[in-house]
Design a protein around this ligand. Structure first.
Ligand SMILES: Cc1cc2nc3c(=O)[nH]c(=O)nc-3n(C[C@H](O)[C@H](O)[C@H](O)COP(=O)(O)O)c2cc1C
Length: 203
């Protein structure tokens, strides 16, 4: 069974992105073992000069490194991913941690508005290709959960069955994408070395 990490991209106690990640974890339990990562557990990034990572950051970096793929659900704050999510990504791409290099990633998101976090997702997609990130975000995929406050019923099920069908299809595709990605080995080591050798301080 594949091992995935699913990132709740918000630190709010009440979060429709957390609802979406919980829904994914339950609905696709037969497809993969999915462990939830909460960005609210990360301290504020402060670029420590000795590049020592807080213990929980190192632990999550290791778990992501060991996983077959990562799902990220982003909210949208002012048309962008929220600070709590970008904070976690800064930690996970700093110093000795390069867990996203060549990692298959599926981006999802939920927002209260009509566009379902589309602008935040576009930015996140770009961030996931940064020099020390270099994740392989699944192409041709987008899951936008709009009007997310009304999206789930009392049992935590998606109300819109078309959305449910789309998510089923995307998750099935993601399993295939993970297998295909595992064969793209030629440039993987070069990408890892490029991430390790990159330094913003020497730009
Ligand atoms: C500061 C702030 C900015 C927001 N900006 C947006 C926005 O640009 N687009 C949008 O649809 N919702 C916006 N919202 C509303 C929701 O917080 C947002 O839709 C979020 O994705 C909901 O995710 P959550 O349920 O996980 O908190 C904003 C909320 C706050 C507090």
């Amino acid at each position: 069974m594949k091992k995935l990490i699913a990132i709740v991209g918000n630190n709010a106690d009440k979060s429709t992105n957390r609802q979406l990640i919980q829904y994914i974890t339950n609905r696709y339990a037969d497809l993969a073992n999915i462990e939830i990562m909460e960005v609210k557990e990360f301290p504020m990034f402060n670029k420590p000069v000795d590049m020592t990572l807080p213990e929980n950051v190192s632990e999550w970096a290791e778990k992501i490194e060991q996983s077959d793929g990562v799902i990220i659900s982003t909210p949208e704050y002012d048309h962008a991913p929220p600070a709590a999510l970008t904070n976690a990504l800064a930690w996970l791409t700093y110093g000795s941690a390069y867990p996203f290099v060549s990692k298959p990633v599926l981006i999802t998101g939920a927002s209260y508005g009509t566009l379902g976090s589309s602008r935040a997702q576009t930015q996140l997609r770009q961030m996931m290709r940064a020099p020390e990130t270099r994740a392989n975000v699944m192409p041709g995929s987008e899951f936008l959960l709009n009007h997310s406050l009304q999206a789930f019923d009392d049992d935590g099920e998606l109300v819109d069955k078309e959305k449910e069908e789309l998510l089923d299809a995307l998750m099935n595709d993601f399993m295939i994408y993970i297998d295909v990605n595992a064969q793209l080995l030629e440039a993987q080591e070069a990408n890892r070395q490029a991430a390790i050798q990159h330094s913003w301080d020497e730009e």
